[in-house]
Every structure is written in structure tokens, then in C-alpha cells.
Design a protein around this ligand. Structure first.
Ligand SMILES: [Zn+2]
Ligand SMILES: [Zn+2]
Length: 364
């Protein structure tokens, strides 16, 4: 063996020892990293760190179809002034509560839920949200769920399904840690609004939340929400076709979160279902065209309402490639003068009090 060969052999031995040592300690290194992250997260006060104003984040920007970037419909809205913050979830799609926690919005911070309608994909995370809030906050009263008439059935059903879980958790940890009075949900039903007249859901201390009627036929009731706080405003469309009543309620809002479905891309699903002989899927992909809003129609609504920022959410179908976003938004720029965003989970906007600014951050 020449000098170079011996040198290479020596190097290989050293590298081997280093790799073996790292392998032996990789568990300890991982635990140390985990300890740092957990300690930082548990000590943090992410809501307290927000500036005064209105904030909205997407804990689920998708619909029932699986999308790697978008869970079931879920938004968090935070109204912050000084030390006081009021935190709401608008709809509670599946995985929403886990995404929320990853976005530095602790489930224990949620004060109440605002439901837009009772389609399963908008409510199927409610049980998990109630449980996480209960145990994280040591809540002494159930999570209020605001919704039009019919919300009582949803709440009663979840409470019944979770009744045994409530008992287990209090028995295991003690009533002082998980007070039985804080388990589950309580309905806060309001009068279903009609076109032209909004229902006041909350109006206290500068925060006003209005529910307005939308058209998601045959699903009724179906509402959207307008949230005004200290001069800033956010509108959430709920599920609807293009709605004149939404355009009325959204006049001059800072940010419009509007559902959107691309007929061009849904047609790709329809054709694939047809080719595969899946007549049931073909029927469903044709049916969903008639009770959602196309991106260009949402852009027209944003233009007619004069909103400052249009965010497409409740994205249908899934957009697994970012290049599909261009297809999704085809024609939008001709219909709306302002900026648009095709939302994904983790998107977060802050609307500071006393300014027109809308700042963006990615919280995932
Ligand atoms: Zn729906
Ligand atoms: Zn929906």
C-alpha cells in the first residue's frame, strides 16, 4: 500500500469513528434539540406578542379533497388591544386545531367558534378543538359555538360522542386540572339572517361581528361573517355562490377571505372519473359546480365591494403543484384591481390599529 493508500485508509477510519460516535449520540442530540424547542414554546406568549389590531390566520385553507398544503376549512381571528385579546375560530375543519397550534395560536386561547354552516368538513374538528381548549386552558365553561339555528344539534351530537372522554380525563387528572364544567361545547344560536339584514353576533368593546346570509343551496342556513375592530375589518365568505348580499356586507372591508372553486380544474377530476368509470365521483364533481364561487366571480365580488385584499381560501380542487395556482387565478386580474392570494395553511395577516397596512407572515 502506497503513502496515498495509507492516508485514505486512515481518513476512512477517522470518518467511520466520527459517524459511529454521532450515531451513538444522535438520540441525545435530538432530545436536546427537542428540549430547547419545547421549553421555548411553553414559555412563549405568542398572542401577547402580537401588535394591536385585527389578525387573521388560516389553520385550514382547503376543502374535503386531500391537499398537502391545505387542511379542512378553519380560520383564526384575533382582536388585540393592549393586554386584551379575543380569539375566534371561524369553522373547525379537520386538522385545524393541530395546524393552529403549529401557527403559535394555542388552542387554549380560543374564546369561541363561529360556524358558517353545518357541512361536515366545516365542523369535523370541533370535538378536538373543544378538548384541546379544555385541557390547555383549565376551562371552567364549555367552548361557545356561535351559529344560525341548527347549531344546537351539532353541539349536542359532539357532546354526546365525547361524554365518556369527559369522564376519563377528569378522573385521570383531577377536577382542579380539567374541571368537569369546562368540558365540551355549548351552543350560542342566533337568528338566521335574511338578505339585506345582518344578525349581530357580538358587539362589545369595539368588536362587532355580524353574520350575513349567503347562498349555498341546498345547504341552509349558510352565513358569512364581517368582523370590525378598532377601524379594521375582515370578511369571511363561508360557502356560497357569488352573492350580492355578501358584496353588500363586505363594502370597504380591508380583507376578504372568499371561498373559490376552479371549474377548469374540477373538470379535470370529472373527466378522470368518467374515464375510470366512477360514475358517483363524476356526478359529485359536476354537482359541486353549482354551489361555490369561481375565482373570477370572487374577484368581481371583491371589486364590487371595494375591498383592499382578496384571499382565496376553501380552495377546490387541491393544488398539489404551485404552477396550478396560475390556472386557478386565470382572468382574476381583469376582474379585480387589488392584490390576491391563493391561500395555504399557515398564512397569517395582521391589520394594525390606526393604519391601512396589511402585513403577511407564514406561520408554518
Ligand atoms: Zn359547504
Ligand atoms: Zn365547504
Amino acid at each position: 500500500m502506497g503513502r496515498l493508500g495509507k492516508w485514505l485508509l486512515g481518513l476512512a477510519v477517522v470518518v467511520g469513528i466520527v459517524v459511529a460516535t454521532l450515531a451513538a449520540f444522535q438520540g441525545s442530540i435530538a432530545v436536546a434539540l427537542m428540549r430547547g424547542v419545547v421549553e421555548r414554546n411553553m414559555a412563549a406568549d405568542p398572542i401577547g406578542a402580537l401588535e394591536d389590531g385585527l389578525h387573521v390566520g388560516l389553520c385550514g385553507a382547503g376543502a374535503p379533497l386531500p391537499d398537502p398544503s391545505r387542511g379542512g376549512p378553519c380560520a383564526v381571528v384575533i382582536a388585540k388591544r393592549g393586554d386584551a385579546a379575543r380569539v375566534f375560530a371561524v369553522d373547525a375543519g379537520s386538522a385545524g386545531v393541530r395546524t393552529m397550534a403549529q401557527m403559535q395560536v394555542p388552542p387554549g386561547s380560543i374564546d369561541s367558534v363561529l360556524l358558517t354552516h353545518f357541512h361536515s368538513d366545516h365542523i369535523d374538528g370541533l370535538g378536538e378543538l373543544a378538548m384541546q381548549r379544555w385541557v390547555n386552558r383549565m376551562a371552567t365553561s364549555p367552548l361557545p359555538v356561535h351559529g344560525p339555528q341548527g347549531v344546537e344539534r351539532v353541539v349536542n351530537g359532539f357532546n354526546e360522542a365525547y361524554a365518556q372522554d369527559f369522564v376519563y380525563r377528569t378522573e385521570h387528572h383531577g377536577a382542579d386540572i380539567v374541571p368537569p364544567s369546562g368540558a365540551g361545547l355549548v351552543s350560542a344560536a342566533y337568528e338566521t339572517p335574511v338578505d339585506g339584514t345582518d344578525t349581530v353576533v357580538i358587539d362589545e368593546d369595539g368588536l362587532r361581528i355580524l353574520a350575513f346570509n349567503v347562498d349555498h343551496t341546498p345547504v341552509a342556513p349558510a352565513v358569512g361573517y364581517r368582523i370590525d375592530f378598532d377601524g379594521r375589518s375582515i370578511v369571511v365568505s363561508g360557502d356560497t355562490v357569488k352573492s350580492a348580499n355578501l358584496i353588500r356586507a363586505a363594502q370597504g372591508a380591508d380583507l376578504l377571505l372568499h371561498e373559490a372553486l376552479s371549474p377548469t380544474l374540477v373538470d379535470v377530476l370529472t373527466q378522470a372519473a368518467q374515464a375510470a368509470g366512477l360514475s358517483n365521483i363524476e356526478r359529485i364533481t359536476r354537482d359541486i359546480l353549482d354551489y361555490h364561487t369561481y375565482p373570477v366571480q370572487a374577484a368581481e365580488a371583491a371589486q364590487e365591494a371595494g375591498v383592499s385584499l382578496l384571499v382565496f381560501h376553501h380552495i377546490v380542487p387541491a393544488l398539489p403543484l404551485s404552477a396550478l395556482e396560475g390556472v386557478f387565478t386565470e382572468g382574476v386580474a381583469d376582474a379585480y384591481d387589488g392584490p390576491t392570494v391563493v391561500a395555504a395553511d399557515g398564512d397569517f395577516w395582521s391589520l394594525p390599529t390606526g393604519s391601512d397596512e396589511i402585513s403577511y407572515s407564514d406561520r408554518l
